[in-house]
Design a protein around this ligand. Structure first.
Ligand code: 4AD
Ligand code: MG
Length: 442
């Protein structure tokens, strides 16, 4: 039972005057005992199907009349252009209900159910996430997301990066202990990985240019509009590279994502209320670089309380990026604000050779990366500075014992990029089943 006619193509006028067989779900249905207007939905759009008792006979008409919202159906009919809302209509000649909906359990997501839900609309939709996926906004976001994933793969593959996989069960932290997920592991402790990076560095002398897209895990206790406990992380690592070289790729991949969205998802961007000129600006214009110190001064000038040495949290990034017209890189953070693997600046070791890429419109950090500490003595010094045991990092130190070279990389939060470019208020709007400190179901 393959399907070869898509509603999107009907809507595009590709079948005018032709008989078609459409497979989909009932989106809306209204009418009388003689004529029904059934709006049929598939993954490509919706179209109005007109069912007349006189044309289809009593059995089919009654079956269609009784079929509830979200019943799956196969409809055959003639496509006619109209000047009504949908532009095209199908005059139905026959129809079959494939998967009926039990009238005792109608589709739960309705305007009134959302309005009356005890825990509020947001929680109600999260409880019904498995069904919410098929509604318009969510479907649109998922299509956008697919293009973002495709664009990231394409960017790296076009530049001869090798896709490389690291383990998700690990023995140590990458981004500090406070967000580590501990899992029992056959009588020992293991953790869910926060980042692919350390294992990518191990493969750097083998592959030189590598990337991945995989889940990373952070036990983020607070629920914010940009944190998930399981998020999708696009990371890259490159040998013989400086902080500036890594930033070129960060800028490159984000501009390529914006360009791909304009090429593939114009309709979806518009339906999400996005200004295409804005997205074009993100695709076409270079991203400025600014040192951490300058950002701190700017914030202090705006009356935001921040002390030198603090990492920028969301509230500060929000203020800083509200007026940005394109993403900006912040470089040279204080060494004390960043994890051990960042390379101290040889010109002034108070700072590290790192960068965060901050998205405009108040979104803030979407990339964190930089140059790595690549000699054995320096990495031992940095690990000791943090007071971390060597043991989980022995393999990492070993990489430096056998032909260390300058290298670096970054991690990009894919869900965050989707939220920013899709104009979502909250990161959970961009991922099918969001995970946070309170929710692992559905
Ligand atoms: O800045 P982070 O912590 O950097 C790293 O993990 C590096 N080891 C990456 C590397 O150099 N290979 O995380 C990178 C990005 C952030 O900029 C953010 O976009 C995203 O990952 N991110 C999250 N996204 C959603 N939910 C969370 N809890 C996130 N934590 C980080
Ligand atoms: Mg970061």
């Amino acid at each position: 039972m393959t399907k070869d006619t898509w509603i999107g193509d009907v809507r595009a006028g590709n079948y005018d005057g032709e008989e078609v067989e459409l497979k989909g779900w009932i989106h809306r249905s209204r009418g009388s005992n003689k004529i029904r207007f059934v709006v049929l939905r598939d993954s490509t759009g919706t179209v109005q199907c007109v069912v007349k008792r006189d044309s289809v006979g009593d059995a089919i008409f009654d079956a269609m009349k009784d079929a509830l919202i979200e019943s799956s159906v196969i409809i055959c009919g003639l496509v006619q252009p109209t000047d009504r809302e949908h532009g095209h209509e199908v005059q139905v000649s026959s129809a079959t209900v494939v998967g009926p909906v039990n009238p005792e359990r109608p589709f739960p997501i309705t305007e009134s159910a959302m309005a009356e839900a005890d825990g509020g609309e947001t929680e109600f939709l999260l409880d019904n996430r498995h069904l919410y996926l098929r509604t318009g906004r969510m479907t649109t976001m998922l299509k956008l997301r697919s293009t973002v994933f495709g664009a990231i793969h394409q960017y790296f593959r076009d530049r001869d990066f090798i896709e490389y996989q690291a383990p998700n069960f690990v023995a140590g932290a990458v981004e500090g202990g406070s967000t580590l997920f501990e899992v029992p592991y056959f009588g020992r402790k293991a953790y869910l990985t926060q980042s692919w990076q350390l294992y990518a560095e191990a493969a750097m002398p083998a592959l030189e240019r590598l990337y991945t897209m995989a889940p990373s895990f952070r036990a983020e206790k607070s629920r914010t509009r940009r944190h998930l406990t399981e998020f999708w992380h696009a990371e890259m690592e490159i040998a013989w590279a400086s902080n500036a070289d890594v930033m070129e790729h960060g800028e490159g991949v984000v501009r390529h994502i914006a360009k791909s969205l304009l090429e593939e998802r114009e309709t979806e961007l518009e339906s999400l209320g996005r200004d295409l000129d804005l997205i074009a600006r993100y695709a076409d214009n270079p991203y400025p670089r600014m040192r951490y110190d300058e950002a701190v001064e700017t914030l202090q000038g705006m009356g935001v309380g921040i002390e030198w040495g603090q990492d920028l949290d969301y509230s500060k990034e929000k203020v800083l990026t509200e007026d940005f017209d394109v993403p900006h890189f912040l470089t040279h953070y204080p060494r004390i604000a960043k994890p051990f693997y960042h390379r101290p600046d040889p010109d002034d070791p108070k700072y590290v050779l790192c960068h965060d890429l901050l998205a405009p419109e108040g979104y803030g950090e979407i990339i964190g990366g930089g140059e790595r500490t690549w000699s054995e003595d320096k990495i031992l010094e940095r690990i000791d500075e943090e007071g971390t045991p060597h043991e989980p990092y022995e393999f990492y130190i070993d990489v430096r014992r056998y032909g260390g070279v300058p290298h670096g990389g970054f991690g990009l939060g894919v869900d965050r990029v989707c939220a920013w470019l899709g104009g979502a208020d909250h990161i959970r709007e961009t991922i099918p089943f969001p995970r946070d400190s309170r929710r692992v179901t559905p």
